[in-house]
Design a binder for this molecule. Structure first.
Ligand SMILES: [Zn+2]
Ligand SMILES: [Zn+2]
Ligand SMILES: [Zn+2]
Ligand SMILES: [Zn+2]
Ligand SMILES: [Zn+2]
Ligand SMILES: [Zn+2]
Ligand SMILES: [Zn+2]
Length: 1683
């Protein structure tokens, strides 16, 4: 807190509140409050949520989803183990713990559960005494009055004289600017700058404060000056947006009083938490109206004024309401009553800080909601308010029209609709008379809203011209979506009892009739096949039509519900039969369906996208329940109540197909034919739905679960789906539940996800038979997809496809249809209009025949539905009871023509049409069905049903034989097709082989690597190793594998052999800084390498340079051309943002598109043969000691030479090195050879790559002449090997043979490059570096700035020394390098020396804690280690403790040396390419170590002595000098504990309670405050967000974070690049939940976390980012820099 504010606060507490409290309690307030605190604990938690806080709801126990718990309560509740949901609060709500009405079970957490012992005590002494109560009343009364007076303040009001600071009116005023929802930040800043001449910074400061607090004094001074400022601000703000800002001029005294009033509010808030007595007294005082005053009670006054208050004040007042009224049930009720009276005030503020948001706290309490309905008629109040808010959208016909609506205004409408939902959410169990009356009252006013919606926003088909502007449609659809569940809930409420249902039915019917009385008359008579229909002359294609018909749809639902309960029979009592006009009821829904058909037929093309969207939503899952589904039901009602012929005629007429059926349709115009056919198809489809879709409670005996199950089955028939995808395709109820969890396991099995992707549900086999291909919720694509999938599946399982008709119809009769519609549905077929269609179509033009074939299947389907229905009824009941007589009616055509052709004959005729060949089976099946039904009818009239089915079976056999013949023919055709396919496949694979042949290299490398077995090599001569060919070092070195390398350039596809003298080949490569191996996260990295000396890598490997390659080869020339082409390209398209940074040499690999920033040249290996005899001879006298002497001699010789030129060369101590000058040339005597000559392009590439490593690794400008270039080359070589070794160990893979191809070729090239790089630098420079490196090992070499042995990483020294060693052979005049034999010895002895040094490091730094339970091994090695240790103890003059047993030391050495030895093995393998032996076990490796321990010890004891002495000097801060494996931080299993952690997170830089975005660094575990200005940092003149600046230090620019509130991983790289990545947390359905949108409980997936770990360790983060940015171009807009 600001110290000034703190001081003021202290003064206020001392001078005012302390005394007030004394007055209140009549005693020391501290003592009283403490007593109260101990005695009463509220049983309600009541914690008020801040924005961004996580809330929990239980799907099993919460009454509705608005019942939430705070983190603490949730963690201590039983719901922790239930199916809970997590959400992020928008602020303003409060914890429902303790509210018994909010939870079905476990309303209390353990924290708020009254302790059983304390419960009795509670009533004894916690209460206030009488006297205190009286005092409290007095105090609260005046405090409340003061608060009300001060907060409800109008600008011109004068302060009461007694409240003024001085007698005379002072002239100090403030000009106060208020926040509003119309002006943006920039507007306000602009206006302030202009009006008051403020600096930008100051204006920003004011604006931020205004946004946070709601108001701010922007100027103080005399009244006139303030008034002037006010006018200026208003004027300027009016210029930038339509409205002026709200500014007031307030007297300074008023301001202070207002401020104090709020402080009093917070004080009251504090007191409220102590005692229920205080709360109750407070509430009483708030509700008390002043006697003899017109004014409402104080709390009402505050509510009414709420909208005019500024944010800061509202926050405090709302908190006060939460802590007082809402914690006392009785007063909550009273408050609610006042609230309902006052709620519907216009308020355009953010809802989270508006008093209107309190509604959810009251309306969702079931008893309170009921009470409010009974006493205040809250439903009516809310709906009336809706009508009050919306009148400006009413057109002349009293219908809504939302053209040019305002988003802001509608938000308020949605909020009111939400309130309605809250009130209705819990259905009453007991109905009182009063409740019934009031509910109906509410329903009536709700119908008034629906009336305004019925037929709103009519559209008319556009002919000739396109519409110019798409009309607004979103608002109407959005309101429809919002109303969907409310409509459903109203229907549920109505269905609670018969009386209510029928009254509601009547009300609804009346409203529809009122809407439908239009000027149209019944004057048109239509004829077809002898039937006539009187109808209105309406045409969808010409007259206005609307898709909004909430009244009709409500009625449809009420109708079905009353059918279900049987109330239908009493309908006549409510609506007379004259009044009930079914045709009229069907009319509007039918028009709507026709509109959909016409849109599909592209008749409404000119009406633009708006219509398409509306039609989409009409059938979409978000709306269909209260739109499309209900329209189908209404048609079903019509079909059941109307004369079937009339019904069909009506449908034909509305589809405008009468002419087509009368064969007077024009057949010339192709477009019209097409259009007509789409219409026919759509109509047939709807007819199928009308007949077949009976999965509605009330129509069939189905439950909600059955319906959900059927929806799921049909979704899964398309393809296996993820949980969330299924949930999205199912309608949600008012509690946002789909009900799928309850049933899904009955129809589907869950398949777990792999490392990527998500878990899916697969349909159970036994559920496949439920598939109905004419499922009415399928879209066209879903329909064909599902049919395709099912066909495929049947084929795979070798099942007969069966009759496709049966797929569609079997399930219709799955449940006995309820007799709702008296099942007249199918009878309309007696009109035989469909049959007519059968007749007429084949005779029309050929063009039509094509479409006709297309439809015939649907027609046949309808026929089959009729037959199946009849068959089923006949099988169940004796014939005379079956009124459903499809068979007879279908076998006669048209009522007038008794002898006309019947359907049977028609079908026979159809069989003869060649185009219908494919339908033949189906037609046969139908004929068979006819026969079956006929027999059933005949048999039942003669004998029993049983025999009938017997003969049916016999009949079937007869049919079988003809079918068999056809089947055989089909099989033959299928076989022919299969053979043909096979031939094609053979051709394909030949092509493929060809391809492999031409691109051989890519494949060969892979195979070669796979072929190699687990193997490793021997580093040196040893009595154990006999196989000389496998030895890499020393005189017994084996032959190296020098395969001829031929590579193919991926750009020009030409092959080339890699040779020294030919043009260079390169690999695309990415160099990056890395902290993947760091042993010390706490270390601060140097951001720029300007002054860095990279010669020695510190043993903590805090930051290295990694070189990775995708392994793709190009000619250097081809690559240069390619790169130049990209550069040219980008220059031409100036404004297109590139993913890669060309300036820094970045490009995407032309083949695999991974991000690269340079190329490595491929250098051929120089084969080196050793003459074994010579080698033996040399071995005689070149011992390690001798070798060291010679090297020293050579070095000192150089110094002598240089001494003449320079004075400041390092001094050499001639200690046992003999006469240095005589030794100077002796090194050459062991053999030299001329250096290799590289081609120019290879040299060029060597320089280029080395410079890139230097530039990237040190973050400096490129400089080809910098002396550090060779150092960086050796470093990246060593570091990359270490990374790879680390990774292999991490993945538990063998050292050799298991590298990925790209790693292998990358490493091969890198090591060879590192060996060759030396030749491009001056040899004297290399030698200088070498001397400094050796100075660490050879203490006799005194070089300035040589670090202690303990301060260097030995592997880096090894690589550097081996690679630079040849420079010792260089002579001024000739360019020489060591011969094979020399090299062999050099490598061997360098290795011995450095390994020994490393062992010394390990022993010196080994910890002394050894646990005694470890196996004590008394091996030779242990003895060696022990004796070594003793020596060391002596050398260090006792500094080094030796109380450690030998076996323990040995253990340390073993563990410590292993990574080093493995790295060395890799290094020498890639340097010398001696093929490694098959098995190199850890045991052998360590035996080698023992060898070194014992053999070298005596040779080197002098050196070791010096090492130790040196080490003692820097004994401080010693940690273990060997590597630990790095891992990403440990994450908790349960995601909610991370959220918990995040909720406790406080920004380190700011103290306000604004919501923060905590992110977790997965490398080091730091929690950061991201995307917030408070934590931005200025780095090198750039503003960086917290993540970015952290990444610079933690990951050298590359980092991985977990955004906790979002449950998303963020990968970032180098300030400007980043991407999102799924978090490693999965819900029980195997899905991630980015943004916590679904809110299911999440648990850590170790597999996925491991994948992230590998991404890091493989240095693929940059690659991942580049790939993600390439695919999701949208993230360009994201400002990663400020993350
Ligand atoms: Zn709580
Ligand atoms: Zn609680
Ligand atoms: Zn629960
Ligand atoms: Zn090429
Ligand atoms: Zn590539
Ligand atoms: Zn970190
Ligand atoms: Zn911060």
């Amino acid at each position: 807190m600001d110290p000034l504010v703190e001081k003021q606060e202290e003064i206020a507490q001392m001078t005012i509140f302390y005394h007030l409290e004394w007055y209140l309690f009549g005693d020391d307030p501290d003592i009283c409050l403490e007593k109260l605190r101990q005695s009463t604990a509220s049983q309600l938690c009541g914690k008020v949520f801040k924005g961004g806080e996580t809330t929990y709801s239980c799907r099993d126990c919460a009454i509705d989803p608005t019942c939430v718990l705070c983190m603490d309560c949730f963690q201590n509740s039983i719901h922790k183990n239930h199916r809970y949901k997590m959400h992020t609060s928008t602020g303003g709500g409060f914890c429902d713990c303790g509210d018994t009405e909010a939870w079905k079970a476990g309303p209390l957490c353990t924290n708020h559960e009254p302790a059983t012992a304390g419960a009795t005590k509670e009533n004894s002494d916690c209460h206030l005494n009488e006297e205190q109560m009286v005092q409290a009343r007095k105090v609260f009364h005046s405090v409340i009055k003061y608060i009300v007076d001060m907060t409800i303040w109008e600008e011109e009001k004068d302060l009461l004289p007694e409240l003024m600071t001085s007698r005379e009116k002072t002239d100090n005023f403030y000009c106060v600017l208020f926040n509003d929802e119309h002006h943006s930040y920039d507007h306000v800043i602009y206006s302030l700058q202009r009006a008051l001449g403020l600096e930008l910074g100051e204006a920003q400061l004011h604006t931020t404060a205004i946004d946070k607090e709601g108001r701010r004094a922007v100027k103080s001074g005399l009244y006139a000056a303030c008034q002037e400022a006010k006018e200026e601000i208003k004027r300027h703000s009016e210029n930038v947006s339509q409205r002026p800002l709200h500014v007031e001029v307030l007297h300074a005294d008023v301001m202070s009083h207002q401020k104090f009033a709020l402080r009093l509010g917070s004080w009251l808030n504090k007191l409220m938490s102590y005692s229920c007595d205080l709360r109750q007294i407070f509430c009483q005082m708030c509700l008390k109206e002043e006697t003899g005053s017109e004014k409402p009670c104080p709390i009402s006054m505050l509510m009414l004024w709420d909208a005019k208050l500024y944010k800061g004040a509202r926050k405090i007042l709302h908190e006060l309401i939460f802590s007082s009224f809402f914690l006392e049930m009785e007063y909550k009720k009273m408050f609610a009553m006042e609230f309902v009276k006052k709620e519907y005030i216009s308020d355009d503020h953010e809802r989270s800080v508006s008093v209107t948001a309190l509604s959810v706290q009251m309306f969702t309490v079931p008893t309170l909601a009921r009470h409010l309905i009974e006493e205040q008629n809250v439903i009516a109040v809310i709906t009336e308010t809706l009508l009050e808010v919306l009148p400006e959208y009413l057109d002349k016909n009293e219908k809504f029209n939302f053209q040019g609506y305002s988003q802001e205004k509608l938000k308020r409408v949605y909020a009111v609709i939400c309130d309605l939902k809250y009130v209705l959410i819990s259905k009453p169990t007991v109905w009182t008379q009063r409740l019934r009356v009031q509910f109906l009252e509410g329903f009536r006013s709700f119908l008034r809203i629906l009336t305004c919606m019925q037929g709103m926003e009519e559209i008319k088909r556009q002919i000739g011209q396109h519409i110019e502007v798409d009309p607004d449609w979103e608002a109407a659809i959005a309101i429809q979506m919002q109303l969907k569940n409310i409509l459903l809930m109203f229907q549920e409420w109505c269905a609670c009892d018969e009386e209510l249902l029928l009254t509601a039915y009547k009300e609804c019917h009346t409203c529809i009739m009122r809407c439908s009385t239009s000027s149209y008359s019944w004057d048109k008579t239509i004829h077809l096949c002898g039937h006539t229909l009187e109808s209105r002359p309406y045409r969808v294609s010409a007259d206005p039509v609307s898709i909004h018909l909430p009244l009709s749809r409500t009625l449809a639902c009420l109708h079905v519900r009353s059918s279900k309960t049987g109330a239908m029979s009493r309908l006549q009592e409510f609506i007379s039969s004259e009044e009930f006009q079914v045709e009229l009821l069907v009319e509007y829904p039918l028009r709507c369906l026709v509109l959909v058909a016409q849109v599909a037929a592209e008749m409404w093309r000119r009406n633009g996208l708006s219509l398409i969207s509306q039609v989409f939503y009409y059938q979409d899952v978000k709306c269909r329940e209260e739109m499309y589904d209900k329209d189908i039901i209404m048609l079903q009602i019509g079909a059941s109540l109307m004369d079937p012929n009339c019904f069909l005629l009506l449908i034909l007429q509305r589809y405008e197909l009468l002419d087509a059926f009368k064969k007077i349709m024009p057949t010339r115009n192709q477009d019209l034919i097409k259009q007509c056919n789409t219409l026919v198809e759509e109509m047939l489809q709807v007819l199928i739905y009308v007949v077949g879709e009976r999965y509605v409670p009330g129509v069939s005996y189905v439950t909600k679960d059955d319906i959900t199950m059927r929806e799921i089955i049909h979704l899964l028939c398309i393809e296996p789906m993820a949980h969330s995808a299924i949930a999205k395709s199912l309608p949600e109820n008012e509690n946002n539940e789909t009900g799928m969890e309850k049933v899904i396991h009955k129809v589907a099995t869950f398949k777990k996800p792999g490392v990527s992707g998500h878990g899916v549900y697969e349909l159970k086999d036994e559920c496949m038979k439920e598939f109905n291909m004419f499922f009415y919720h399928y879209t066209k694509t879903q329909h064909s997809k599902a049919e395709h999938t099912q066909k495929k599946r049947r084929k795979q399982e070798n099942r007969d496809e069966g009759n496709r008709l049966e797929w569609g119809s079997k399930q219709v009769f799955w449940r006995t249809p309820n007799n709702v519609y008296k099942m007249k549905l199918i009878c309309w077929l007696e009109g035989s209009v469909v049959a007519l269609y059968l007749v007429c179509s084949p005779t029309t033009a050929d063009a039509l025949l094509k479409y006709y074939c297309f439809h015939i299947f649907k027609v046949l389907h309808i026929l089959s539905l009729g037959l199946l229905e009849e068959k089923q009824q006949l099988e169940k009941a004796p014939e005379e009871e079956v009124t459903f007589d499809f068979y007879h009616k279908a076998s006669r055509m048209g009522s007038s023509a008794l002898n006309a052709v019947n359907i049977l004959m028609l079908l026979e005729k159809l069989k003869g049409i060649p185009q219908l060949e494919s339908q033949k089976d189906t037609i046969n099946w139908i004929l068979q069905m006819f026969d079956t039904v006929k027999r059933l009818r005949e048999k039942t009239s003669l004998s029993t049903v049983a025999t009938a089915s017997g003969s049916e079976a016999k009949k079937d056999v007869g049919m079988q034989s003809t079918q068999d013949k056809e089947k055989a023919e089909r099989k033959r055709k299928a076989e022919a097709a299969r053979l043909h396919r096979q031939k094609i496949m053979a051709q394909m694979s030949a092509l493929q082989r060809n391809f492999i042949e031409t691109n051989k290299l890519l494949y060969e490398n892979t195979q070669e690597m796979q072929g190699k077995e687990d193997s490793i090599m021997e580093e040196e001569s040893t009595p154990l190793a006999i196989d000389y060919s496998k030895i890499a070092l020393g005189p017994k070195k084996g032959l190296c594998v020098t395969e001829k390398e031929v590579l193919t350039c991926i750009l020009c596809q030409e092959e080339q052999e890699v040779r020294l003298e030919s043009a260079a080949m390169v690999l695309s490569t990415c160099v990056q800084k890395s902290t993947a191996l760091t042993q010390n996260r706490a270390k601060t990295l140097e951001l720029s390498g300007d002054k860095l000396d990279p010669l020695f890598m510190e043993p903590d490997l805090s930051c290295g340079t990694h070189t990775g390659s995708c392994g793709h080869v190009m000619h250097a020339a081809c690559w240069q051309k390619y790169f130049e082409a990209i550069q040219l390209n980008s220059r031409q398209r100036l404004h297109v943002e590139q993913i890669f940074d060309l300036e820094n040499g970045e490009y995407l690999c032309p083949l695999c598109k991974s991000l690269c920033n340079t190329v490595i040249p491929v250098i051929p290996l120089q084969s080196q043969k050793i003459n074994r005899e010579d080698a033996e001879a040399v071995a005689q006298f070149l011992s390690l000691g001798r070798w060291m002497q010679i090297v020293m001699g050579r070095i000192s010789g150089y110094h002598m030479k240089n001494f003449k030129e320079k004075q400041n060369t390092p001094a050499l101590v001639g200690n046992g090195t003999g006469d240095s000058s005589s030794e100077f040339h002796s090194i050459l005597s062991f053999g030299v050879q001329p250096s290799a000559k590289y081609s120019n392009t290879i040299k060029e590439m060597l320089v280029l790559f080395a410079t890139t490593i230097y530039r990237v690794g040190l973050k400096v400008a490129p400089n080809e002449a910098d002396p550090r270039i060779p150092l960086m080359t050796w470093n990246t070589c060593a570091f990359t090997i270490q990374c790879i070794e680390n990774l292999l160990d991490d993945e538990r893979k063998p050292l050799f043979g298991s590298l990925q191809n790209r790693q292998h070729s990358g490493l091969k090239a890198l090591v060879q490059f590192a060996a060759a790089q030396r030749t491009t630098s001056p040899q004297s420079l290399i030698r200088k570096h070498l001397v400094r490196l050796l100075a660490v090992l050879l203490p006799n070499l005194r070089v300035e700035d040589t670090p202690s042995l303990l301060d260097v990483d030995m592997f880096h020294v090894l690589v550097g020394a081996v690679l630079s060693f040849p420079s010792l052979y260089w002579e001024d005049t000739v360019d020489l390098q060591p011969s094979s034999i020399s090299s062999a010895y050099n490598h061997l002895y360098l290795f011995h020396l450095i390994t020994m040094a490393h062992i010394t490091q390990i022993i010196l730094t080994s910890t002394t804690e050894c646990s005694p339970d470890q196996v004590q091994d008394d091996s030779e090695e242990a003895h060696a280690a022990d004796s070594f240790c003793k020596e060391v103890y002596q050398y260090t003059s006792g500094c080094f403790s030796r109380d450690v047993p030998g076996w323990y030391l040995w253990d340390c050495v073993k563990r410590g040396i292993t990574p080093y030895l493995r790295c060395a093995a890799l290094f020498f393998y890639y340097l010398l390419r001696v093929s490694p032996p098959e098995d190199l076990q850890l045991g052998k490796l360590t035996r080698r170590v023992t060898f070194i321990l014992t053999c070298c010890f005596f040779l080197l004891n002098n050196t070791i002595l010096l090492w130790c002495k040196q080490a003692v000097l820097c004994w401080v801060s010693i940690s273990q000098r060997y590597r630990k494996r790095n891992n990403l931080i440990v994450l908790p299993e349960d995601y909610s504990s991370l959220l918990n952690q995040a909720s406790q997170f406080r920004c380190p830089r700011s103290s306000d309670d604004e919501p923060k975005n905590p992110v977790l660094c997965l490398f080091c575990g730091s929690m950061l405050c991201s995307e917030n200005t408070c934590c931005q940092e200025l780095v090198n003149g750039e503003e960086l967000g917290a993540c970015n600046s952290h990444a610079l230090y933690c990951g050298a620019g590359v980092c991985m974070f977990l955004k906790i509130r979002d449950c998303r991983v963020i990968l970032i790289e180098g300030k400007t690049r980043g991407c999102f990545y799924p978090a490693p947390y999965l819900d029980e359905y195997g899905e991630t939940d980015p943004g916590l949108k679904r809110g299911n409980p999440l648990h850590l997936s170790h597999e996925r976390y491991r994948k992230l770990h590998l991404l890091w360790q493989q240095h693929c983060i940059i690659e991942e980012i580049a790939r993600s940015q390439e695919t999701n171009q949208i993230f360009f807009g994201f400002n990663w820099q400020l993350l």
